[in-house]
Design a binder for this molecule. Structure first.
Ligand SMILES: Cc1cc2nc3c(=O)[nH]c(=O)nc-3n(C[C@H](O)[C@H](O)[C@H](O)COP(=O)(O)OP(=O)(O)OC[C@H]3O[C@@H](n4cnc5c(N)ncnc54)[C@H](O)[C@@H]3O)c2cc1C
Ligand SMILES: *[C@@H]1O[C@H](CO)[C@@H](O)[C@H](O)[C@H]1NC(C)=O
Ligand SMILES: *[C@@H]1O[C@H](CO)[C@@H](O)[C@H](O)[C@H]1NC(C)=O
Ligand SMILES: *[C@@H]1O[C@H](CO)[C@@H](O)[C@H](O)[C@H]1NC(C)=O
Ligand SMILES: *[C@@H]1O[C@H](CO)[C@@H](O)[C@H](O)[C@H]1NC(C)=O
Ligand SMILES: *[C@@H]1O[C@H](CO)[C@@H](O)[C@H](O)[C@H]1NC(C)=O
Ligand SMILES: *[C@@H]1O[C@H](CO)[C@@H](O)[C@H](O)[C@H]1NC(C)=O
Length: 633
């Protein structure tokens, strides 16, 4: 049995077929375009070593870092962003821009590329059937969102209530965070002249938003998804009005972060900076690694940086922060930076001779992640496999460029069902039942999405997969330093499927996805028996084995700098994102989530960065008022 394509088939160079002559060498540094114009009138592209401090130094120019940087610069502060990678327009041609090309990046299937990805090889364990797996993250302006899928799903009301309860701060409930979700995005209704009648999304027309990122339904729908609508209807799954209302149960077309005008991926880079009004002083240091946070006692004062611009000698300098250092490196690199800077479990720091700034046991612990696995059939409807044919690919490129439609405006996974495992498949042990009963009632067990993507299947037809992403995420792992140097990769120990709850829910999920394919509503389009995991896997134990040999990570590291109450010894940040016990250092990325909420992390990451940056600005205003008050006296 196999989830992955047999290696003798993979030897067909499908990726290069796809790219053909279209993108000659996608991962070299292209010298166009000039991006200086998108920063501020007083900003520099590749600024020289700074002599003056900035008000804020943001570490990481990814999803959350650019939100923090843009909001701070809009509030008239001077801001430096330190980003290890380059601009994706220069690094990857149009691979990050055209939604349909996401598949070519498909992480975890194609090997990671050093130029645009941070990656870490994870050792095999019994829960992976001893497979090594690569874990990855973006290394570009725009961060992981520059090559990930980009579905937009909110968590649930109950999950956010749990968040508020866990951290002891009611500002984290869904109603209270809603304004921060809304100020990150605006919604464009679907274009019903370009989508088929049987692909009409149901949505709440009052849903608007007032922020920079555009959220919409792609102007072309996947044929497979129109069949899934019928299958989930036949199984009695109700419809939900998109997944952005605080309720997740039901089936729906999936919202994406897409620019509806030109069809390209909308990211925090394009929406908050490139296509937004220029900021007065926003400097972006690309190809620059923040090696260490500088402290004066327990107060952060700036970061030490190593810059390696292409074709330039290496430079080392310090960027000082007058107000705060803002961490936005993501769930792996933010805790690593704190550890190498002396903030973490004292024993770990001693092991690497790192002088202790603050003994903080929770740093790098409590890592949450989502996993994903599939059930695949051959189908007799068009999937992205048709793009393996050169004429068809050119036709869709023209449709994209001329009319912003065709298969390339759609990233692929565009219809989903979010469910609990049905009662007759709940062969769960007592401990698992108890664990599941403790989740908020509206916290779903499983997301299923259609995945009609063909580039890693043989070029002999069309293949469609249902991908299952368990939402329980009870297994927690950690990261470990392998040296005191930020440039060395840490070891990641995700401990996927070590929770019995995650394991049993995952096996039951495979059974449920089989049931979807076996529904008569899909029989017309199936052109084979089940290919993966394969009809040989029948019993619970065989399915468990197939699961362990087939799943991969969704690359959603979170909660490694978990937010919590002041009296919680393992919590790292307070409910405003400050590292407890330090001054002037704040976390705006999902490492400070208290847990990984149900849904997918992008939408809550946007909300989180907006909300914590609002805290930063308000705290600074208070300090300012306080200062003024004193001089007035
Ligand atoms: C392959 C993949 C697929 C995903 N799929 C989905 C999905 O389908 N849906 C979804 O909702 N979410 C998805 N995600 C998750 C989502 O992308 C993340 O939750 C989100 O990007 C988190 O934002 P961030 O700002 O924490 O990190 P990122 O966006 O990863 O940005 C971090 C940036 O910081 C830089 N950086 C880090 N440390 C340093 C340092 N010390 N010095 C200089 N630069 C540094 C990195 O180079 C990077 O560019 C996916 C992620 C990956 C990797
Ligand atoms: C992407 O870029 C390549 C190389 O420039 C080009 O051939 C292709 O048509 C582009 N695709 C789209 C959809 O614009
Ligand atoms: C991880 O990625 C690296 C770099 O692309 C590759 O050499 C290695 O084989 C990959 N390992 C696994 C287990 O896929
Ligand atoms: C919908 O698509 C059609 C065809 O491309 C286009 O003419 C029309 O302007 C679009 N409508 C909206 C509201 O964008
Ligand atoms: C969408 O694309 C158009 C055309 O490229 C651009 O003018 C606009 O600013 C973009 N919108 C956003 C929100 O990035
Ligand atoms: C784009 O739409 C126009 C008007 O409907 C049509 O004439 C043209 O052929 C379309 N372009 C492509 C590449 O199909
Ligand atoms: C129920 O689950 C257990 C493992 O938890 C498994 O051994 C058993 O075979 C399963 N029974 C059925 C009917 O699937």
């Amino acid at each position: 049995m196999h989830f992955n394509m047999p290696s003798h088939l993979r030897s067909v160079a499908l990726v290069s077929l796809f790219l053909g002559s279209a993108v000659s060498s996608p991962f070299v540094y292209h010298r166009r375009p000039q991006l200086q114009q998108y920063l501020g009138p007083e900003a520099n592209q590749n600024p020289s070593e700074p002599t003056e401090p900035y008000d804020y130094v943001v570490v990481g120019g990814g999803v959350t870092g650019l939100i923090a940087a843009a909001r701070l610069a809009d509030a008239s502060y001077s801001v430096a962003v330190v980003e290890k990678g380059g601009y994706y327009e220069q690094m990857t041609g149009n691979l990050s821009e055209v939604p349909g090309y996401t598949e070519l990046f498909d992480n975890s299937k194609t090997p990671p590329r050093d130029e645009v990805e941070h990656w870490w090889e994870v050792a095999g364990t019994p829960e992976t059937n001893n497979r090594k797996l690569n874990f990855t993250g973006g290394k570009m302006i725009g961060g992981s969102h520059a090559f990930s899928y980009f579905g937009y799903l909110h968590p649930t009301v109950g999950a956010m209530q749990k968040w508020a309860d866990d951290v002891g701060d009611e500002s984290w409930t869904y109603p209270n965070t809603r304004k921060f979700f809304d100020q990150s995005m605006f919604f464009t209704p679907p274009n019903d002249t370009t989508r088929w009648a049987n692909a009409t999304p149901e949505y709440d027309p009052s849903y608007q938003g007032s922020g920079p990122l555009e959220i919409t339904y792609p102007r072309w729908a996947q044929p497979f998804s129109t069949w899934l609508v019928r299958a989930f209807d036949a199984l009695g799954v109700t419809h939900t009005l998109s997944y952005a209302t605080g309720e997740l149960f039901g089936s729906s077309w999936i919202l994406d972060t897409i620019n509806s005008t030109d069809g390209t991926r909308s990211t925090t880079w394009t929406a908050y900076v490139k296509n937004a009004p220029p900021k007065k002083k926003l400097d972006v240091y690309t190809f620059s690694l923040a090696d260490k946070i500088r402290f004066d006692g327990k107060t952060a004062t700036g970061v030490d940086v190593t810059r390696n611009l292409p074709d330039e000698p290496e430079e080392k300098f310090t960027i000082q922060a007058k107000n705060e250092v803002v961490l936005a490196g993501g769930g792996i690199l933010s805790p690593q930076l704190l550890l190498v800077s002396g903030v973490g479990p004292a024993a770990t720091l001693a092991e690497w001779d790192i002088p202790v700034v603050l003994d903080k046991p929770g740093v790098g612990q409590n890592m949450h992640d989502h996993i994903v696995f599939g059930v695949t059939y051959r189908v007799n409807i068009p999937t992205s496999s048709i793009l393996l044919d050169q004429d068809t690919r050119w036709q869709h490129e023209d449709l994209f460029k001329e009319n912003v439609t065709g298969m390339l405006v759609n990233p692929g996974p565009d219809y989903g069902a979010i469910v609990d495992i049905p009662s007759d498949l709940r062969n769960f042990s007592a401990e698992v039942k108890q664990d599941l009963a403790a989740l908020p009632k509206d916290w779903p067990e499983l997301i299923i999405v259609g995945f009609p993507l063909g580039h890693d299947w043989p070029n002999d037809g069309n293949y469609a997969t249902l991908m299952g992403i368990p939402m329980t995420a009870k297994s927690t792992g950690h990261i470990e330093l392998q040296s005191a140097d930020m440039a060395d990769k840490p070891k990641i120990v995700p401990k996927w499927l070590t929770s019995r709850t995650d394991l049993e829910v995952s096996v039951a999920s495979l059974k449920y996805m089989r049931r979807v394919f076996e529904n008569p509503a899909l029989s017309e389009i199936l052109a084979s028996d089940e290919i993966s995991p394969g009809t040989e896997a029948v019993t619970w134990d065989e399915l468990e084995d197939a699961l362990k040999s087939g799943y991969r990570s969704m690359h959603h590291p979170a909660a490694t700098l978990r937010m919590g109450r002041a009296d919680d010894p393992d919590a790292v940040t307070d409910s405003t994102g400050k590292i407890m016990g330090l001054d002037n250092v704040r976390v705006v990325d999902p490492s400070a989530f208290p847990f990984l909420p149900p849904g997918l992390p992008l939408a809550p990451a946007f909300m989180f960065a907006e909300k914590i940056t609002d805290n930063i600005i308000n705290d600074q205003k208070k300090k300012g008022r306080h200062g003024k008050h004193r001089t007035d006296l």
